[in-house]
Design a protein around this ligand. Structure first.
Ligand code: NAP
Length: 287
């Protein structure tokens, strides 16, 4: 679905490398059309060496907004005029808003992760959260969970990466964060006292969708299980969690909400979240 392009069409888009598999154009263009907004969203493959030119181009062409994906989320920050305090703390920006040449960077990956929890009536404050993984996605997730007052335990295959992340959070928020090696024993100990489990590793992602980062016997009724993997939408972890009586949240909701929150910043309108999700599901082949 595309909007009608006019002489006044506002342009938004995505920069990254690669970008070919993105679902963002489908989600955003459907949302613009639904709300009758004269906007269009396109994706651009931008090499690392061309990033400064891409941002200069955004200014010169007076584009309204950009999403930024791997590998540019950190490098783009120094090219912007302003940073939202959360993006600054995280050290990564995935959304740029252009207000008459003033470029502001936001991190809607982090707020997009939080929103499905809030929509499900789950407030992180005071809850023990086991976060599995300490890579790029875990960074924003761990910062927003710490900011919202969760007690974090980070488990990672390479324990030193979990420790680095935990130290950064402690320095920023003054809260103590545990960092453990990802092992069956540590998972069992941690999950015995955990309200929310987040998988932020690619384990279980297609084509290895028969894998799971957490043994099914550790999943107990009442636990909230949030898998940020979105392909497949229902991972083995989520299927086993559902069977064990856990509340589950899919990575697709995070993906859709990071887009929806960017959409709202660019347009000032409430995003049609269900429509955006339906568009993403069509592309994932699960509709
Ligand atoms: P990343 O920076 O490469 O980090 C990967 C993390 O997973 C690291 O902590 C790594 O541990 C761990 N890991 C990788 N393979 C593992 C295995 N076989 N067993 C245990 N741990 C393993 O990746 P990322 O950017 O954080 O992305 C992680 C996943 O999140 C991907 O599947 C991505 O598609 C998904 N994601 C979803 C959304 C969304 O909107 N839903 C957004 C971003 C990312 P080590 O440090 O020990 O290597």
């Amino acid at each position: 679905m595309t909007t009608n392009i006019s002489g006044k069409t506002r342009v938004c888009g995505l920069i990254g490398d690669p970008v070919e598999h993105t679902m963002s154009p489908a989600m955003h263009n459907a949302a613009f059309a639904k709300l009758g907004l004269d906007y269009v969203y396109v994706s651009f493959r931008v090499k690392g060496t061309e990033l400064d030119k891409a941002i200069a181009g955004m200014r010169a062409l007076n584009m309204r907004g950009l999403n930024v994906t791997i590998p540019h989320k950190v490098a783009v920050m120094k090219l912007l005029n302003r940073l939202d305090p959360l993006a600054e703390k995280i050290g990564a920006a995935n959304t740029i808003v252009n207000d008459d040449g003033v470029l502001t960077g936001y991190n809607t990956d982090a707020t997009g992760f939080l929103q499905p929890l809030l929509e499900s009536g789950i407030e992180p404050k005071g809850n023990n959260v086991a976060l599995v993984g300490a890579g790029g996605a875990s960074r924003g997730i761990s910062f927003i969970l710490a900011e919202r007052g969760a007690n974090l335990i980070i488990l990672n295959r390479q324990q030193d990466r979990a420790k680095d992340l935990a130290d950064r959070i402690s320095q920023t928020f003054g809260s103590s964060v545990a960092a453990l090696e990802l092992s069956p024993g540590n998972l069992a100990k941690t999950l015995a006292k955990t309200e929310i489990l987040v998988n932020a590793t690619p384990v279980g992602m297609s084509p290895k969708s028969d894998e799971t980062p957490v043994p099914a016997e550790l999943l107990k009724p009442g636990l909230v299980v949030y898998d940020i993997v979105y392909n497949p939408v229902k991972t083995r972890l989520l299927r086993e969690a559902e069977a064990a009586g856990c509340k589950t949240i899919s990575g697709l909701d995070m993906l859709v909400w990071q887009g929806a929150l960017a959409f709202e910043k660019w347009t000032g309108q409430k995003a049609p979240v269900e429509l955006m999700k339906a568009e993403a599901l069509k592309l994932l082949g699960d509709s």
